[in-house]
Ligand binder design. Structure first.
Ligand code: DGL
Length: 262
């Protein structure tokens, strides 16, 4: 395995680019390939077996392109299927999980909110993590029904989104949380809107930076850091709507966004 080979990423759609950007910023010399499986979004309402089959398809493509490491910036895919992937493929995998631990440790009101997909909130891995870190706090878990669909449709800033979020945030408003954990990689794209709707004392956290740090750590451990001097190049593929993928990633230079039937 050469350290010049790309890092592969896949998500149910465009949301994982919120994490991909953190990785690209921390590791600017790495080459990357990103798969937005938007044709099958949302994963969050699919059964575990189907999510795993989609993860296998995405992984096989990334491996066929010689990826040296695969990041799965999708909470739903990680919590349901990363154990299977790690068991069946030799390449290292980096997953993402809701940042429950820092929220629980830092909460002063003893109440934290978690916004995630149904698939994540019902997964075994999520429930295990939740049990381990929330003994002393109450958690208010809400499924973000409809958010992923609007982001995939390029409507992250639309009035429709605001209307949807007013309803979704209501239980958080009345429960007195002081931390809101974003448990879906699409949600950082609506962080500002959520912050406007929630009391200003509520801190909203996601796991993107932690995934980037973990990627650096694993690349070092496996001696896979790209030593090239030039900046990395980035290929991003969508099997549904490359335009939305293009708009969300425009601040990163040297990227190429295309349609791919995968
Ligand atoms: N972005 C994904 C996540 O982090 C999945 C959203 C979905 O497809 O339901 O959970």
């Amino acid at each position: 395995m050469s350290n010049k080979q790309p890092i592969g990423f896949f998500d149910s759609g465009v949301g994982g680019t919120s994490v991909w950007k953190e990785v690209v910023q921390l590791l600017p010399h790495e080459n990357t390939i990103y798969l937005a499986d938007s044709a099958h979004a949302p994963y969050g309402r699919k059964p575990k077996e189907e999510i795993t089959q989609l993860c296998i398809k995405n992984t096989e493509y990334l491996l066929s392109r010689g990826c040296k490491l695969i990041a799965v910036p999708c909470n739903t895919a990680t919590t349901n299927s990363i154990a299977y992937l790690r068991e069946h493929y030799d390449v290292p995998f980096i997953g993402i999980e809701p940042a429950i631990k820092p929220a629980a440790l830092n909460s002063k009101t003893g109440k934290i909110g978690i916004l995630a997909t149904q698939g994540t909130l019902t997964s075994e891995l999520f429930n295990k993590t939740q049990k381990a870190f929330t003994k002393d706090v109450n958690t208010i878990e809400i499924v973000g029904t409809g958010i992923v669909e609007l982001i995939e449709a390029g409507k992250k800033d639309a009035e429709e989104m605001r209307d949807l979020l007013v309803g979704i945030t209501e239980p958080f408003m009345i429960s007195g949380i002081d931390y809101l954990v974003l448990g879906c990689s699409h949600y950082p794209y609506i962080k500002d809107m959520l912050q406007e709707l929630l009391p200003s004392k509520v801190k909203i956290i996601d796991s993107g930076a932690a995934v980037a740090r973990q990627t650096l750590h694993i690349l070092k451990e496996f001696n896979l850091l790209n030593a090239q001097k030039e900046m990395g190049s980035h290929e991003l593929y969508s099997n549904h709507n490359p335009k939305v993928l293009d708009v969300l990633t425009q601040e990163i230079d040297s990227r190429k966004v295309s349609y791919l039937d995968f």
